[in-house]
Ligand binder design. Structure first.
Ligand code: BGC
Length: 404
């Protein structure tokens, strides 16, 4: 048996666009329509049913919950802030607090308001100032109720998808643009970090805890030859640590938010920048179980990446870890395997203070639509009926006892 600390944070994560429904002023909404993709539509109707969803989280013994604020609701047009929508999020957070569930608030989770995207999005010189103005408004409204903040979700997933591979809006394929966006996101994080701390100080509130959610992968050379090892090393440096190292230089982190899902088998086909960054092995040389999107299940990779975070000497919270599958036994096996590896890392000195499963409920998986099922809670998309999965009940025992 392995025991986690008494005050460990246990719970699940969501993002506004993926669960709320009806985010009509978001660039993703527009993009789905333009491309004729499956529409996020009513999402999981969490905007209406959040009380009921948090009741379920409470029944499952969660003591923490990560959610995001949809910028396009708060600021539907440039500089016009909605009192009604910020009131909604205050209510959402109070409703978590009233159940003794610690909220963790994400300010940017992939989506932007349409007006922001139209004015150049994250490539624009104005982007950082516009983002700060929104963060200022939200922080002042929520500070009293919130201790944990995530400024930006997975910059190193957002940048490649939206600006290099061109599979997410604004569908750019340009290293130059990607670099500009990265610089702006680094600056947005650092300045938001300082801004939030300043607001708490001015308001005499206890210091907040702020991070980004950094997606980390295990990069494993397919055949361990020199070129694959070199490419794996570079990818680890770029995807896992590039953004983190930049903001750490400014000491702009209070904890490290880690999102971990899978490993990547690195096989360099030829020498070239894009190849070094992206080539993967498509053969099944090292068969492992997979999720329904074909991602390798590789729990030991979580321990490996956590050990590398020791260099920062900061607490770590697993801000996302989860599996999409129709096999609920596999979901439990996935959760258990990853918790075991978190514990191994803790035994070796990594100060992990929380684990948030992705996701509380089934939701809209971006360009993959509604079919991938990540939820602890099943959603019937015809009736929006919620049903707790067996894996969620097993996880709830861990949340209750701290034992695996
Ligand atoms: C993202 C989530 C997404 C999940 C599963 C993470 O990269 O933060 O929005 O749904 O992975 O793909």
């Amino acid at each position: 048996m392995m025991k986690f600390p008494q005050d460990f944070l246990w719970g699940a994560a969501t993002s506004a666009y993926q669960v709320e429904g009806g985010n009509v002023n978001s660039d993703w909404w527009q993009w789905e329509k333009d491309r004729g993709l499956e529409n996020s539509g009513r999402g999981s109707r969490h905007y209406e049913f959040y009380e009921q969803d948090f009741d379920l989280a409470k029944d499952l013994n969660h003591n923490a919950h990560r959610l995001s604020i949809e910028w396009s609701r708060i600021e539907p047009s440039d500089g016009k802030f909605s009192q009604e929508e910020i009131k909604h999020y205050i209510d959402v957070i109070i409703s978590l607090r009233s159940r003794n569930i610690e909220p963790m608030v994400t300010l940017h989770h992939f989506t932007n308001p349409v007006w922001f995207a139209k004015s150049g999005g994250w490539e624009s010189q104005q982007s950082v100032a516009k983002f700060l103005r929104y963060c200022d408004f939200v922080t002042r409204a929520l500070a009293k109720h919130v201790h944990y903040w995530i400024t930006i979700n997975e910059p190193m997933i957002y940048i490649p998808h939206a600006y290099i591979l061109g599979v997410w809006p604004p569908q750019a394929k340009s290293l130059l643009k990607a670099k500009k966006v990265e610089d702006n996101l680094v600056s947005a994080h650092i300045r938001t970090y300082c801004l939030i701390h300043k607001i708490y100080k001015e308001s005499n509130l206890l210091e907040p805890s702020i991070s980004i959610a950094q997606n980390m992968q295990a990069f494993v050379p397919c055949a361990p030859n020199l070129k694959n090892r070199f490419a794996a090393y570079l990818r680890d440096k770029w995807y896992n640590f590039g953004f983190l190292d930049k903001i750490m230089r400014h000491k702009a982190m209070d904890f490290i938010g880690v999102n971990y899902y899978s490993r990547q088998l690195v096989e360099l086909k030829k020498w070239g920048i894009v190849n070094l960054a992206m080539d993967v092995c498509k053969n099944n040389h090292h068969p492992v179980k997979k999720n329904s999107l074909g991602w390798d299940i590789y729990p030991e990779g979580l321990c490996e990446v956590l050990l590398k975070l020791r260099k920062y000497s900061l607490p770590v919270i697993i801000t996302e870890n989860g599996i999409c599958t129709s096999d609920d036994d596999l979901r439990w096996e996935y959760i258990y395997g990853h918790l075991e590896n978190i514990h191994f890392a803790m035994e070796k000195g990594v100060n992990v203070t929380g684990y948030l499963y992705w996701s509380l409920m089934d939701n809209f998986e971006w360009d993959r639509g509604f079919s991938p099922r990540f939820g602890l809670i099943d959603i019937d998309y015809n009736t929006y009926r919620r049903t707790i999965r067996e894996s969620a009940r097993k996880f709830s025992q861990v949340c209750k006892t701290g034992l695996i």
